[in-house]
Structures are given as C-alpha cells and as structure tokens.
Design a protein around this ligand. Structure first.
Ligand code: SF4
Ligand code: SF4
Length: 197
C-alpha cells in the first residue's frame, strides 16, 4: 500500500466533530495497547524536558520507553507481492497499577506541547480511518468519540492525519530495514539491556 491508497470509511466521508474529553484512556494504552514512539517524538520530548547530552538521553529513554513489537506490510517497487515484516520499535513504558503513561498527571497530559505523534493524531490513525469496525471499537473506549462534539474535521483533514501516520511508520520501517532491523543502530541512545527486558 502507498499512502495515496488510504481509503476513508463511509462514516467519516462527511467529516466529524471531535474534542478530547480527557478521560485518559488513550494514555493507558486503552488497557491493552501501546503508545508508539518515533525518533522525532523522543527528541521533541527530550528538548521539552531540557534533557541534554548522550547519557542523559540514554537514561531518559530507559526510564520512559520500552522496546516493543511492531509490523509493517511492504511491497518492494516492481515486486508482485509484498509481505508483513515483524521487528522492534519503541513505545512508552507505563507506570502505576493502572499502567498509565508517566506524563499523565490527574488525567491531564503534562507534556501536551511535546506529546508524541500517536497522541496528536488520535482518533485519525490509519487503521481507524479506513475501517468503520476499528473506529467503532475505539468509540467504546474513548469518551471524545462517544460525545462527537467540538472541533470540526473535514474528510481531507482526517485523511491527512492518516497519511502522515503512514509516512512516519514507513520512514521508520525503511530505516530499520536498511539497518537489518537492528533497533540499536537506528536508535543509538538505547541501551542493550532494554532489548533483553
Ligand atoms: S481516550 Fe479520547 S477522550 Fe479519553 S483522553 Fe484519549 S482522546 Fe481524550
Ligand atoms: S504523552 Fe501525554 S497524551 Fe501521550 S500518552 Fe502520555 S500523557 Fe497521554
């Protein structure tokens, strides 16, 4: 699939209204999921929190991030078939009995300006935008999707978020592929111990 092929499901054809109701469920990975982090997310957060130097960045990644599984479907240009690749990526390390993001304070994001792309782009993730079933699945878990009131988003804006997400994932996948799926090469600030956890 290329980003231009992302299809919008019928329920979003006319756009929607959405405003976060601050239930904090997405900041708990909706109880079973992850909050994915890309290089730009880590660097933006580190800058926001005034984390300087290679060692400080290493410690920051160790405290707030964990290595998790990821997958991406890719078809080489000119190839007849593609395949799903499985590899490692980064996600937030959760904390507390309710397994919440470290930066969630009283159900409010304490790093709102520097929050990762996954947090910014919700609920317009590609898998939600192109599947009504997925979208409805998240509606049960997100108060904002239950209310569906507030800021208006057009079909084009929704598709733009989904495309951006796809491009970020693709960029990371291609970088991983180029580095033989060695996450320590792609993210030199990670420690080897994180791979063994
Ligand atoms: S789950 Fe929805 S309403 Fe709750 S904090 Fe996340 S975006 Fe906001
Ligand atoms: S960075 Fe903010 S919005 Fe994202 S999961 Fe953490 S508390 Fe929630």
């Amino acid at each position: 699939m290329t980003s231009t092929e992302i299809k919008i499901s019928k329920n979003l054809e006319n756009g929607i209204e959405f405003t976060c109701q601050m239930c904090g469920n997405c900041c708990r990975g909706f109880d079973e999921g992850e909050v994915y982090l890309y290089k730009e997310d880590i660097l933006r957060l580190a800058k926001f929190l005034n984390i300087k130097g290679a060692n400080a960045l290493k410690n920051f990644a160790k405290k707030y991030a964990k290595i998790i599984n990821d997958s991406f479907f890719w078809k080489e240009p000119g190839a007849q078939r593609g395949k799903t690749y499985r590899f490692k990526t980064l996600g937030f390390r959760f904390t507390g009995k309710d397994e919440h993001c470290h930066f969630l304070k009283d159900n409010i994001c304490s790093v709102h300006e520097a929050r990762p792309f996954q947090c910014r782009s919700f609920p317009f993730w590609q898998m939600m935008v192109s599947s009504r079933k997925n979208f409805e699945g998240y509606t049960k878990k997100c108060k904002g999707l239950q209310v569906l009131k507030g800021k208006s988003y057009t079909k084009e804006e929704i598709l733009n978020w989904a495309k951006k997400e796809y491009e970020i994932e693709k960029k990371f996948f291609l970088e991983m592929k180029q580095n033989k799926f060695n996450i320590l090469k792609v993210y030199p600030f990670l420690s080897k111990e994180m791979l063994e956890e």
